[in-house]
Design a protein around this ligand. Structure first.
Ligand SMILES: *[C@@H]1O[C@H](CO)[C@@H](O)[C@H](O)[C@H]1NC(C)=O
Length: 285
C-alpha cells in the first residue's frame, strides 16, 4: 500500500506540473497595455503616442495581429485600422502604426494634428486566425488605458542658456533646446550665426512621449559682437516655429595696445632723432 500511495502522490505532482505548464502562458500574461495618459500636441504638427501591450498566449508575429486605435466610447469610431476604409474620414491618411505589433509595440503617429483630434485614443488588439483573415475570439480593447491629447495652439519657445557674459576671443557655448512630442519628425533648430561645424545636435527621450532636441553652438565672440542679438529658431514639423533671442554681452579681454603702440612709436622716433642729433653734433665738431 505504501508504494501505491507513493505512486498516487507522484501522479498528483505530475498532473499539477502538466497543468502549470499548459496554463502558465495564459495565467502568466494577461491583456495589458501601457499608453501615455495625456500628451501635449502642437496643432498643425504631429504627435507620437507611445504604446506597448501584452496578450495571453505565446508571442505572435505581426501578421497574426491586428492593431486598431478607436475612440473610448465607440470601438467602431476608428482612428487607425490596417484597412483604410474603416478609418474615420477626419483621420484618413493621418494615422500610422509606427510600432511593430509582433514586438508588442502599438505606438501610433498622428500627422497634421487638428484642434478637434480629441480622443480618448484607445488601442485594441485582435488575434487573427492563420488561414482565413477573420479575427478569432481573442481580442481586447484597452479602454482603461487611453491617451488624451492636450492641444497646444502656439509653438513653445526654445530655451536658451547660458545668458551670462561671454568673453571676447574665448570659445563660448550656448545651447538652445526645445521639447516636443513628435519623435518621428524632429523639430529643426537654427541659429542666427554659426557654421555647421560650430553646431551640434542632441536628441533625448525625456519620458512619457516627450522628447528634447538640443542644439549646441560653440563660437568665438569678437569685439564687434557686443550688443548684437543671438537668436535661436525652432521649426516644428508642419511649419509652426518660435524664436528666442538674447543680446550678447561680450566682455573685452584687457588690451593696452591702444596705449602701448603710440608710446612705443613716440619712443622710437625720439630715439632716432636723438641718435641723428648726436651724429650731427659729432660731425660738425
Ligand atoms: C516602439 O516603436 C517606436 C516606433 O518605432 C519606437 O520609437 C519605440 O522605441 C518602441 N518602443 C519600445 C518599447 O520598443
Amino acid at each position: 500500500t505504501t508504494t501505491f500511495r507513493r505512486m498516487d502522490h507522484d501522479r498528483k505532482i505530475m498532473m499539477c506540473l502538466i497543468l502549470a505548464v499548459v496554463f502558465s502562458p495564459v495565467f502568466g500574461q494577461t491583456w495589458e497595455a501601457t499608453v501615455v495618459k495625456t500628451i501635449d500636441a502642437l496643432v498643425g504638427s504631429c504627435v507620437v503616442l507611445p504604446c506597448t501591450f501584452n496578450h495571453p498566449g505565446s508571442q505572435l508575429p505581426s501578421s497574426r495581429l491586428r492593431g486598431i486605435w478607436h475612440r473610448k466610447d465607440d470601438k467602431n469610431e476608428m482612428f487607425y485600422h490596417e484597412d483604410e476604409t474603416k478609418i474615420q474620414d477626419s483621420f484618413k491618411d493621418r494615422t500610422k502604426l509606427l510600432g511593430h505589433l509582433g514586438q508588442k509595440n502599438c505606438t501610433l503617429e498622428i500627422l497634421q494634428v487638428k484642434d478637434h483630434d480629441n480622443g480618448p485614443f484607445c488601442f485594441r488588439i485582435e488575434l487573427v486566425e492563420k488561414d482565413d483573415n477573420k479575427p478569432n475570439s481573442d481580442k481586447f480593447s484597452f479602454v482603461e488605458q487611453c491617451a488624451e491629447i492636450r492641444m497646444l495652439h502656439d509653438a513653445p519657445k526654445p530655451k536658451l542658456r547660458p545668458l551670462k557674459t561671454i568673453v571676447q576671443g574665448k570659445p563660448s557655448t550656448v545651447t538652445c533646446s526645445i521639447r516636443h512630442t513628435c519623435a518621428s519628425h524632429w523639430p529643426e533648430i537654427t541659429w542666427s550665426r554659426g557654421s555647421k561645424d560650430e553646431i551640434n545636435e542632441v536628441h533625448r527621450d525625456i519620458n512619457g512621449g516627450i522628447w528634447e532636441t538640443e542644439s549646441i553652438l560653440v563660437f568665438i565672440p569678437e569685439e564687434k559682437d557686443d550688443h548684437t542679438d543671438l537668436t535661436c529658431t525652432a521649426k516644428f514639423h508642419g511649419g509652426k516655429s518660435s524664436i528666442s533671442t538674447f543680446t550678447l554681452n561680450v566682455k573685452r579681454t584687457d588690451n593696452y595696445n591702444h596705449i602701448i603702440i603710440p608710446i612705443v612709436a613716440i619712443a622710437v622716433t625720439a630715439l632716432i632723432f636723438g641718435l641723428l642729433c648726436v651724429l650731427m653734433v659729432k660731425k660738425y665738431k
